[in-house]
Ligand binder design. Structure first.
Ligand code: ATP
Ligand code: MG
Ligand code: MG
Length: 549
């Protein structure tokens, strides 16, 4: 069998386990609960959970909830639901906010070691002394105050004696470091804000860089995997761990997922939601996991996508059509085939008795091993077919309906077009056919060969449904990189609603988990907006593959 080559993180992990550096692999997925998870997060989820599935050990879910202003319990819940739906189970559910006491203790320890100080400079004054990437910064006038004074002011900060923005705590590192992040970074700020878990207990909150690595260390995370933007943070990550003399978690960086024709930052997705440019976080056009789920994507297709894009050390841009390729592959094998007529026109069979009907048997899925079972499809003398399957004046090589032409009705009979009816505007309103009784599918003794097969539904038996068709959410392949606002590049035609589509009666039993191929029209799933009176289907993806391999 073909061995897949290891990605660079798997190589590191294998080496660390083989050398005995660690006995047990411990990873974490650390979302900030400030929005719904998106397909980029899926890449990080598959990587972190995938490693411990492969090498043993375990993965924690840690909410990186150190910024009280943007975080909500709604997001905590949706993030958990999405990870579980993707098929992963965490060992421990943890919150960085549960470490606030410990993190405060770490800050005190740094002060006591002479490695942190309180600064009351304004933001502008701090910026002015920060230097530039090519010029060193200068020391703050408060840099050398005593340990006692630092401890006393920091305690007062914690006790709520100061207003927001008046004091900060900074690490005392090196104002001349070539790494700007090492120039006495801020580690605590005052923020009188209610936190989604700790309420009003705290009015000082640790900065990301002071919380993240220490949280990893508290949890004995062996490999802390993050995206490339954090390469320059690694020096600081290691510095805190070294000075605090705590468990040495190690940070490794991989290239984030960038995907064409969409945006992938929670902040931007939140703008689309807040400005009602989409129906919500789970709008089927959104790159969120909940949006993809509602659109009809399967967990398997998303995991397969993450597997195919791989783990690299350099940024790249992945085509959205690869994601569509993955869901098409999965649904081709698993989705039942059914018939729905999106743009209906009436077909009347002259020689089939009016008022009579018969039950035909349809195979659900020719790709499935057992054919996926069968279902009953009622047939009668009046059917709906697609308007586009008839041409009054047929083009060359037209194998569908036209005056005098024959076509097979899927699962049913061969029909011949005898006549058609037009309204006063010249639009065709009805097609009249005769059927060949000996041509029944599976039992055809007619000896007639036709090239075309079309889908249909029986008019008296059909149910109606609303169908929602989706296109790319953005007209630009790279809306983030365009001039002006990314929202200027929203595709006004990203949603088309067909209010009155005719579907097979068997589809009345559809549930939210079912996936269908509407023959010749694409893959569809039921939408949660459906009611007993009104079914709504989303098109997950068309049948045509635009992905260039
Ligand atoms: P966003 O700006 O979209 O909110 P984030 O990195 O701020 O992204 P977090 O909630 O902090 O969001 O992310 C949790 C984890 O998911 C992090 O470890 C982060 O590296 C990873 N992640 C986020 N976006 C991507 C992406 N596009 N590709 C791969 N991993 C990602
Ligand atoms: Mg983040
Ligand atoms: Mg973010």
């Amino acid at each position: 069998s073909e061995e897949k080559s290891l990605n660079f993180i798997e190589e590191i992990v294998e080496n660390d386990l083989n050398s005995g550096k660690y006995e047990t692999l411990v990873t974490r997925f650390p979302p900030e609960p400030n929005g719904y998870l998106h397909i980029g997060h899926a890449k990080a989820i598959c990587l972190n959970f995938g490693l411990t599935q492969k090498y043993g050990g375990y993965t924690n879910l840690r909410f990186d909830d150190t910024n009280p202003v943007t975080e909500k319990t709604e997001y905590v819940n949706s993030q958990q639901e999405d990870i579980k739906w993707l098929g992963f189970n965490w060992k421990n559910e943890l919150y960085a906010s549960d470490y606030f006491d410990e993190l405060y203790g770490f800050a005190v320890k740094l002060i006591e070691k002479g490695l942190a100080y309180v600064d009351e400079s304004t933001a502008d004054e701090i910026a002015a002394l920060k230097g530039t990437p090519t010029e060193p910064g200068q020391d703050s006038p408060y840099r050398n105050r005593s340990v006692e004074e630092n401890l006393s002011v920091f305690t007062k900060m914690k006790d709520g004696e100061f207003a927001d923005g008046t004091y900060i705590l900074r690490a005392k590192i090196d104002m001349a470091s070539p790494n700007m992040l090492m120039r006495d970074p801020i580690i605590y700020r005052i923020k009188h804000a209610e936190h989604h878990r700790t309420g009003n207990k705290w009015c000082i909150y640790p900065m990301y860089d002071f919380a993240h690595g220490q949280s990893d260390s508290i949890e004995n995370i062996t490999h802390s995997i993050c995206t490339l933007e954090y390469v320059s943070h690694r020096e600081l990550y290691d510095w805190f761990i070294e000075k605090l003399e705590i468990f040495p978690s190690k940070q490794y960086e991989f290239a984030r997922l960038n995907l064409t024709s969409t945006v992938m930052s929670k902040r931007k997705l939140l703008q689309l939601v807040n400005e009602k440019l989409v129906s919500g976080w789970d709008d089927p056009r959104m790159p969120t996991i909940s949006g993809l789920r509602r659109r009809g994507f399967t967990p398997k297709s998303i995991r397969e996508f993450c597997e195919r894009i791989g783990i690299a050390k350099r940024e790249n841009l992945i085509e959205l059509s690869l994601l569509e390729f993955c869901i098409r592959e999965d649904l081709n094998k698993s989705a039942n085939r059914v018939m729905a007529v999106l743009d209906p026109i009436k077909l009347v069979i002259n020689n089939y008795p009016e008022g009579q009907s018969e039950d035909l048997i349809g195979e659900n899925n020719p790709e499935a091993e057992d054919g996926g079972g069968t279902r009953i499809i009622p047939f009668s003398n009046e059917l709906w077919i697609e308007r586009e399957d008839f041409m009054e004046v047929p083009a060359k090589k037209w194998f569908r309906l036209a005056p005098g032409a024959m076509v097979r009705l899927k699962f049913a009979y061969i029909v011949k077009c005898e006549d058609f009816v037009k309204d006063e505007n010249g639009n065709v309103t009805e097609i009249r056919c005769t059927y060949i009784p000996e041509s029944k599918s599976g039992n055809d003794t007619s000896g007639i060969n036709v090239k075309g097969t079309i889908h249909w539904v029986s008019a008296q038996h059909a149910k109606t449904a609303e169908i929602r068709l989706y296109e790319r959410l953005f007209t630009s392949e790279t809306p983030d990189a365009e001039e002006g606002d990314f929202k200027d590049y929203l595709n006004p035609e990203s949603l088309t609603v067909l209010p009155n589509v005719y579907i097979e009666p068997a589809l009345a039993d559809a549930d939210l988990e079912s996936r269908y191929q509407f023959i010749r029209k694409g893959y569809f799933c039921l939408d949660k907006d459906s009611t007993a009176d009104k079914l709504v289907f989303n098109r997950t993806v068309t049948l045509k593959d635009t992905f260039k391999k």
